[in-house]
Design a protein around this ligand. Structure first.
Ligand code: ZN
Length: 630
């Protein structure tokens, strides 16, 4: 038995606890004593205060009410307006998951309904929000978790033992090393290996999608051994951060992946899409949907600001990064007060329509690992208001001509930001309502956004919770889900806006639209994200007017007669100024800054400016270099 469980039992009356289990870093006690479960005079709370760990008391599965009867009571207790959908029993863990349209109503005033359910059924209720837009993917993910609840229980217990059973390795010296297996002076394949005398942790494990030559992180580095890996911590769902995680599962990794709940869902979606893209490219996918499922099965979700041990000497907290839905900066407290590191992942220190800016207040901080995507002196961005105005002008002018605006976009983040910008212009009466067609993946990702309003910007949360106005459900938006519907938009719908992937016109629906819309001068193209060197998007942006396309062996000629615009400022990354401001506002001020995730010159430029501006030690490691931070 781990010392911590002995400690807990010592503080409880004898024979009250029938079983103790770990669920990751959480400690779950089971009791067969109904009265003790319902009223233990704050005994559990006192233990939590004392040992500073999460401890939860649940009824032993043997004393919970018959499921059918319990469901009847639950449905009669919760008002109809709450919109209860499924009621799912997790019988091994004595929990019942209740899916509702309006979780607040299902919880009741100060949790009164939850208390009633506990008292009357002896089940522990968990209320989960039903997405406002139905999402097959979220349903599938939840189904995977429910179906494997037995496996999950054992897996989570194993993770808890790793955290609480004491040190495996010799507790002699204290040191911390960070080895760059990717994202050293480059954007793409983010992967950093954290080692302490006791722990082996990966921060992100992504793929460089822009490179055919070196797309994967250096897992063949001598210090890395997959069998010793304790945990993976995922900052956010973009493929250059999560893309290689299923590969770890393919090669036998069965440990935890920590991230937020939206990150789990969005990365599953993007990874499934990545397999499709590889197949369409005529390549053999490097992993299958089975490995994505394994990843989901081994994911432990954390909320922002929730503190969790991941190994005996590493404790993490995720903070809002302001980059995309669910994106996190990872705070690591290593050793016993030894050292505190913040890994920024991708971040934006600036308010967007979608998200709050990145957090700057931390309990302690010595080393900051900061991204430098736009870290160069030249990376100035226009003010957000100018950006919105520019987009509005393009849409208005195109509508007046009776044309269509094609906006090629990445599926996650930028697309939803553009949707919100257009919705706000219409809602505030600055622009006449315009039909906006949302193609394929963009829609699926938007559906996931509606499941997690807690993660969105304060203004949107207020719209959704207090005014019952979900901007994503505005009537101007219509989903395009098939080739037939796509052709209908192209041929039969008049003036409109189309949002479609891919963002650089490197394939996917946006290219389909381009083929049909490009030779009509009434139409417009609005680029809102970075166009990679050599991509079709970049060539059009630069002014090329003629393209030959091979379509099933046939050579096709495309003439670009549509208007072409580039709208800058929708970025989910900090600009150069925002990066410098972030360092200035960081509290406490870090003693060392490691600059990563940026092109060579931008990393060096940002590192030198931070050093000069703040008198902080900086370093910009290359791939395979190790930085010893303590
Ligand atoms: Zn990103």
């Amino acid at each position: 038995m781990a010392d911590i469980t002995k400690e807990i039992l010592k503080n409880l009356p004898e024979n009250k606890i029938s079983d103790i289990n770990f669920e990751g870093a959480n400690i779950v006690l089971y009791t067969k004593d109904k009265d003790f479960f319902l009223n233990n005079n704050g005994m559990i709370k006192r233990i939590v205060d004392n040992i500073k760990k999460r401890v939860e008391l649940r009824p032993d599965p043997g004393i919970t009410m018959d499921m059918e009867e319990a469901e009847k009571i639950i449905r009669s207790l919760i008002p109809e307006e709450a919109g209860i959908d499924q009621v799912i029993f997790d019988s091994q863990r004595s929990r019942v998951i209740i899916e509702a349209d309006k979780p607040g109503l299902a919880i009741g005033k100060q949790g009164s309904l939850l208390r009633d359910i506990r008292t009357q059924t002896l089940w522990v209720p968990l209320i989960r929000r039903k997405p406002a837009i139905r999402s097959k993917l979220i349903e599938n993910i939840r189904a995977v978790l429910y179906q494997h609840s037995d496996y999950r229980r054992k897996f989570l217990d194993k993770v808890g033992h790793r955290i609480y059973d004491g040190w495996r390795r010799e507790k002699k010296n204290e040191w911390i090393r960070l080895t760059y297996l990717g994202s050293g002076r480059q954007v793409g394949r983010s992967c950093i290996f954290l080692q302490t005398p006791e722990s082996r942790v990966l921060l992100d494990c992504g793929i460089n999608v822009a490179s055919d030559e070196k797309p994967y992180p250096y897992l063949d580095a001598p210090e890395f051994n997959i069998n010793d890996l304790d945990a993976v911590i995922l900052s956010h769902a973009h493929i250059d951060h999560c893309g290689f995680i299923p590969y770890l599962f393919k090669y036998g990794y069965r440990g935890p992946v920590y991230c937020t709940e939206p990150t789990r869902d969005v990365s599953a979606l993007l990874l499934l899409d990545y397999i499709k893209i590889q197949r369409a490219d005529g390549q053999d996918p490097i992993f299958t949907s089975e490995e994505i499922k394994e990843m989901v099965k081994h994911t432990i979700t954390l909320e922002y600001d929730e503190v969790s041990d991941v190994t005996p000497d590493v404790r993490i907290t995720l903070y809002n990064a302001g980059h995309i839905l669910g994106s996190a900066m990872v705070h690591m407290h290593v050793g016993n007060g030894l050292h505190n590191i913040l890994y920024s992942g991708d971040q934006k220190y600036g308010r967007t329509l979608l998200l709050e800016p990145a957090v700057t207040m931390f309990p302690r901080l010595e080393t900051l690992m900061l991204e430098a995507t736009y870290g160069g002196k030249e990376n100035i961005m226009p003010h957000r208001q100018e950006t919105d105005e520019e987009l509005m002008t393009i849409i208005k002018e195109t509508m007046e001509r009776g044309g269509k605006v094609l906006i090629p976009t990445l599926g996650v983040g930028r697309a939803q930001e553009v949707m919100l910008a257009i919705e706000a212009m219409v809602r505030e009466g600055r622009m006449a309502p315009v039909p906006v067609y949302i193609d394929g993946m963009v829609w699926d990702v938007t559906a996931i956004h509606t499941a997690y309003p807690e993660y969105l910007n304060n203004n949107i949360r207020k719209l959704i919770f207090h005014k019952d106005q979900n901007p994503f459900l505005h009537e101007i938006f219509t989903r395009v889900g098939s080739q037939k519907e796509r052709m209908d938009v192209i041929e039969n719908k008049g003036a409109c806006v189309v949002l479609a992937t891919s963002g650089m016109l490197t394939g996917g629906p946006s290219v389909e639209y381009l083929k049909h819309l490009c030779d009509n001068p009434k139409n417009s193209m609005g680029f809102v994200n970075y166009q990679g060197e050599g991509s079709m998007g970049r060539r059009i942006q630069k002014g090329e007017k003629e393209f030959t396309f091979s379509d099933g062996g046939k050579q096709e000629m495309l003439q670009i007669k549509m208007h072409v615009h580039t709208v800058e400022g929708f970025s989910g990354h900090s600009s150069r100024n925002q990066l410098m401001n972030f360092v200035a506002k960081c509290e406490p001020r870090p003693k060392k800054v490691i600059v990563n995730h940026g092109e060579n010159s931008r990393c060096l430029d940002l590192a030198s400016s931070i050093h000069k501006g703040f008198r902080i030690e900086t370093v910009a490691p290359r791939n395979l270099e190790t930085v010893r931070v303590k």
